[in-house]
Design a protein around this ligand. Structure first.
Ligand SMILES: NC(=O)c1ccc[n+]([C@@H]2O[C@H](COP(=O)([O-])OP(=O)(O)OC[C@H]3O[C@@H](n4cnc5c(N)ncnc54)[C@H](OP(=O)(O)O)[C@@H]3O)[C@@H](O)[C@H]2O)c1
Length: 304
């Protein structure tokens, strides 16, 4: 799909959280994956860089879409730069296709997800301006956010020179966030689905993938549970990032995925699961009221 900066984002991306082996990345490339979702925080960028190296050395860098993210302890401008430069060095790339603010939360150095200490000394506008400088220098092609609400995107748009092209958020049938996806789409911000299969049970157990309702749809479509979950997002125009270290599953998640569709009834059966249930939610992640902001009920960010 085309992002608002004109760049092409492959609809099925490869998640790299907990991917520690470069061979997994090489196999993903062989299967046809070109969109790799990385982050400074995952601690896996060296393995990803090693996995991508031969492909890049063969002159095919432009076929790739590589994303990284600025972690919560790196929101101060000097740390934004350091984070990006470290990601680039580990990924062995001269530039990123997309750099995201990982979460809207700024934390003091040394904070962990278990013991976060808010950093009151930096604003999102300052973090964003530091990221914009990286675009100006050619280190990053486009900017985006992750885990942002409509209102937080609207706030950012008030000062942004380079507009966010993506908001990467948790999206699957149990957490469809229709208003967020639709309103941001009209603002030129594409929502990208993370944990589209229900996640890796790192924060909360995956109660999606093996659900009876999902199995029923999968059986009627003659596909796997994972395939119908990915297709549910793809069919509504939302790119997905799924992670697997298993080559057979990596193939299942990508190959032939554009050759079939969910029927209206199959899509509707998955739509019915929506209950705003997240698998990535920490005590410190304050989710905004989903009705706040946007066209139907504008936030106060623009003064209307
Ligand atoms: N921006 C953010 O805050 C944020 C948060 C979370 C995730 N992410 C990104 O999104 C990516 C994906 O999310 P995620 O890793 O949380 O979860 P996910 O992709 O929804 O699910 C991954 C889990 O599903 C399994 N799996 C993958 N394909 C499968 C298949 N075809 N059949 C059965 N099981 C399958 C994987 O196991 P195996 O590996 O053993 O196959 C793994 O346990 C991450 O890697 C990361 O890049 C971003």
């Amino acid at each position: 799909m085309r992002l608002s900066n004109g760049a092409r984002l492959p609809m099925v991306g490869f998640g790299t959280a907990l991917v520690k082996d470069a061979v997994v990345i090489k196999k993903a490339l062989d299967l046809g994956y070109r969109h790799f979702d990385c982050a400074w925080f995952y601690g896996t960028e060296e393995a990803v860089g090693e996995g991508l190296a031969d492909f890049v050395a063969s002159g095919r860098r432009d076929e790739l879409f590589v994303v990284s993210k600025v972690w919560n302890t790196h929101h101060r401008p000097a740390d934004v730069r350091k984070s990006c430069e470290e990601s680039l060095a580990r990924l062995r790339l001269p530039s990123l296709d997309l750099l995201l603010v990982h979460w809207p939360n700024a934390w003091l150095p040394g904070s962990t997800p278990e013991a976060p200490q808010p950093d009151e000394g930096v604003t999102l506008a300052e973090t964003w301006a530091a990221m914009e400088a990286l675009v100006d220098e050619g280190k990053v092609r486009a900017l985006g956010v992750s885990n942002f609400s409509i209102k937080q995107v609207e706030e950012l748009l008030k000062t942004a020179r380079h507009k966010p092209v993506v908001n990467q958020v948790e999206l699957h049938p149990l957490c469809s966030q229709r208003k967020l996806v639709g309103v941001l789409r009209r603002m030129g911000v594409t929502c990208v689905a993370y944990s589209p299969l229900g996640g890796q049970s790192v924060v909360l157990p995956n109660e999606l993938l093996d659900r009876e309702e999902v199995t029923r749809v999968a059986q009627s479509a003659g596909k796997s549970n994972a395939q119908v979950l990915l297709k549910w997002n793809i069919q509504r125009g939302v790119p997905v990032i799924a992670k697997t270290v298993n080559p057979a599953r990596a193939e299942e998640n990508l190959v032939g995925m554009y050759d079939w569709k969910l029927s209206y009834e199959q899509k509707a059966a998955l739509d019915e699961l929506d209950r705003g249930q997240r698998f990535i939610s920490y005590p410190w992640s304050e989710w905004a009221d989903p009705e706040e902001g946007g066209v139907a009920k504008p936030s106060k960010a623009f003064g209307y």
